[in-house]
Structures are given as structure tokens and as C-alpha cells.
Design a protein around this ligand. Structure first.
Ligand SMILES: CC(C)(COP(=O)(O)OP(=O)(O)OC[C@H]1O[C@@H](n2cnc3c(N)ncnc32)[C@H](O)[C@@H]1OP(=O)(O)O)[C@@H](O)C(=O)NCCC(=O)NCCS
Length: 332
């Protein structure tokens, strides 16, 4: 019997209808379209406006999109992993509710949090479960309602983030396709540079924490930028080297969409031309756990069976890493 590898066999996605353009942000904070475009590459992002709807709404829509596109029976799904930094509530796990709502009645589910690397780390977890032979269908969803934790009076963060969700299905493969290798890293030095200070066990919510806007994301953008550029470029180069991949062997770079300049720096380090770099940051901004599956969903028709994909991400914590995956199907 051939070795079992874990392949992505279906994708889906969802973004909310409301478009927040750079022009809209000009009315909220002291910024302008030219500055945002040249410093980040972002032109607009999607925002989930409707009251009472959280990350689960986005995740359910993305999962349903995958189920419809690939004609999957949700009863056959064994496990649902929801990669997210913005769960509906601190307790109970949002993925559990999502699994029930999409009819994955035979699955167990949970959430996985590693900031902007949540989906990448989730790929590792899902693939390991498939490779063990214990589970046959794992739905990995990346979803974040970043607008729920962003301060729209802070121009250093509100221009970057948006809401969205994407999903992939992992299944066993005996042709050697799917996840080939991973190089995942973390460093606690990062928690001072990108954080939400209040609402956790160190600083529970109080009138004071709300007044001082401590429930919103704060970041030292310059420092995060520096770590992100070197982190994502280092791991991408490393995973190519140890798999003897030249730039000609790589078909696609699937990089976390945090800042166009970080994506370009990663592509330059590994010598990849622009045509091989998947980019949709101009449309969605940084959707945290959703950037990687949103790319796969948007570019699915261009991905061919056997293509070599390098995934790379960087996030708060810090967390970062790269995954080398062989694409497993041609879209019908
Ligand atoms: C946030 C980020 C876009 C800022 O870009 P930058 O080129 O580093 O800009 P700086 O912070 O050095 O600011 C440069 C100037 O622009 C100003 N500025 C900051 N935000 C601005 C905005 N939205 N509009 C206009 N001007 C702005 C600053 O005040 C500063 O002015 P000064 O020179 O007079 O002090 C960039 O640092 C970044 O993308 N960091 C990584 C963030 C990230 O990826 N976070 C998620 C982790 S996955």
C-alpha cells in the first residue's frame, strides 16, 4: 500500500457584501487612499455589518460554499477545525456551532488560534490527522470578523484588516499529492508588539478597560513589519532548500495577505516572478485566518494537479511558518 498523504480536495469561501473602501476610511481617520495603497496595497476590505452576526456566520457560509461547489455530503465529515482569532464568544468553541449548522452531524469540532498563522497551523493539524489514517475527511475553515476587534479611530490598524472566511477539505491521497513538508515557528517575544491587552485572564474586562479602548488590537506596525518580512522570507527559502526546490519548480506562492510589501519581499527572496504570486489583498485587506483559503478559492481555476505550492504566513505571538503542498486536482 502507498504512503497516505493529506491532500486538499475542495475549497470554498465567503466575504460579506459591504465594501469599505479607502475613501470611506478617509472619513473616519486622518489617512488617504494614496498612503494606504502605496504602504499596504489595500484598496478595500469587506465588513460584516449585520448586528448579532459573528465569525460563525462567515465560517458557515464558507463551509456551505465548499459543500455546494464540491457536492460533499456533510454527514461524511469526520472533523471540523475552525482557525480563528475572533470566536463568537470566549466560550463555547465557535467551530462546534459551525459544524452543527452545516449538518456535519458525525464530526467533532474545535477552534485553533495562532493569530494570522491560525490557518497555516491548522493545515498541519488537519494533515497529521489524515496521515495517521484515523480520519478521512477534515474540514478546515479560516474565518475572522476582524471588524469586531478593530478600533476605527486608530489609523495604524483600521486600514489593514477586513472580514472574511475560507474553507478547505483534507482527504487521504495515495498518489503522493498534498502536504509534503512544513516548517512552523513561534517566538513569545512578539506578544508585546501585537496584542489585545484586555479581556483575557491577565486583564479581565472592566469599565476602565472599555473606556481606555483596551479591547481593540494594538500593534507596533514597524516592528511587526520587520519580523514578518524576515520570518516569512526565511521559512519560504528554508522549505524550498530542504525539498530541493528551485524557483522554477515552484508554481505558486500562497502567502498571508498582511501587506503587499511583505508579500513582495518574500517572493523576491525566493526569486519568484509576479505571475506566480497569488494576491488579493487589494480586495480584502488582511482577513487574518481567512487569507490563505480565500486565495485558494479565488484562484482555484488556475491551480493544476501536481502544481507545487509554497504557503507562508506570519502572525501575532509571534507565529509563522511555511508549508510545501502539491495540488491534487483540476477544477472541472
Ligand atoms: C502598519 C503599516 C502599514 C505602517 O506602514 P509603515 O510604512 O511602517 O508606516 P510607519 O508606521 O513608519 O508610519 C509612517 C508615517 O505615516 C503615518 N501613518 C501611519 N498610519 C497612517 C495612515 N493610515 N495614513 C496616513 N499616515 C499614516 C505615521 O504616523 C508616520 O508619520 P510620521 O513619519 O510623521 O511619524 C506597516 O508597518 C505594516 O504593515 N506593518 C505590519 C502590520 C501587520 O502585518 N500586522 C498584522 C500581522 S500579520
Amino acid at each position: 500500500m502507498n504512503k497516505i498523504t493529506a491532500a486538499i480536495t475542495a475549497v470554498g469561501s465567503y466575504v460579506p457584501d459591504f465594501v469599505m473602501s479607502n475613501k470611506v476610511l478617509e472619513t473616519l481617520v486622518d489617512t488617504n487612499d494614496e498612503w494606504i495603497t502605496s504602504r499596504t496595497g489595500i484598496k478595500e476590505r469587506r465588513i460584516l455589518k449585520e448586528e448579532g452576526q459573528g465569525t460563525s456566520y462567515l465560517a458557515i457560509k464558507a463551509a456551505q460554499n465548499l459543500i455546494e461547489r464540491a457536492n460533499i455530503d456533510p454527514n461524511e465529515i469526520d472533523m471540523v477545525i475552525l482557525a480563528t482569532t475572533t470566536p463568537d464568544m470566549p466560550v463555547a468553541a465557535t467551530g462546534v456551532y459551525v459544524a452543527s449548522q452545516i449538518g456535519a452531524t458525525n464530526a467533532f469540532a474545535y477552534d485553533l488560534q495562532a493569530a494570522c498563522s491560525s490557518f497555516l497551523f491548522g493545515m498541519s493539524t488537519a494533515a497529521a490527522h489524515i496521515q495517521s489514517g484515523r480520519y478521512k475527511k477534515i474540514l478546515l475553515i479560516g474565518a475572522d470578523k476582524m471588524s469586531s476587534i478593530i478600533d476605527y479611530t486608530d489609523r495604524s490598524t483600521c486600514i489593514i484588516f477586513g472580514d472574511g472566511a475560507g474553507a478547505v477539505l483534507f482527504e487521504p491521497n495515495e498518489e503522493g499529492l498534498g502536504l509534503q513538508d512544513e516548517f512552523l515557528r513561534s517566538d513569545g517575544v512578539g506578544r508585546d508588539f501585537l496584542k489585545i491587552e484586555a479581556g483575557g485572564s491577565i486583564m479581565p474586562p472592566s469599565e476602565e478597560t472599555v473606556k481606555s479602548r483596551k479591547h481593540f488590537v494594538q500593534q507596533d506596525g514597524k516592528t511587526v513589519f520587520k519580523y514578518a518580512v524576515s520570518g516569512m522570507a526565511d521559512v519560504s527559502e528554508k522549505i524550498m532548500q530542504r525539498n530541493n526546490l528551485t524557483k522554477e519548480d515552484v508554481n505558486w506562492l500562497v502567502a498571508h495577505q498582511a501587506n503587499r510589501r511583505i508579500i513582495d519581499a518574500t517572493a523576491n527572496r525566493i526569486g519568484l516572478e509576479q505571475e506566480k504570486v497569488l494576491v488579493n489583498i487589494h480586495r480584502y485587506g488582511n482577513t487574518t485566518s481567512a487569507t490563505l483559503p480565500l486565495l485558494l478559492s479565488d484562484f482555484e481555476s488556475q491551480l493544476k494537479k501536481g502544481d507545487n505550492l509554497i504557503f507562508a504566513a506570519f502572525g501575532g505571538g509571534f507565529t509563522w511558518g511555511a508549508i510545501y503542498l502539491k495540488w491534487a486536482y483540476n477544477k472541472q
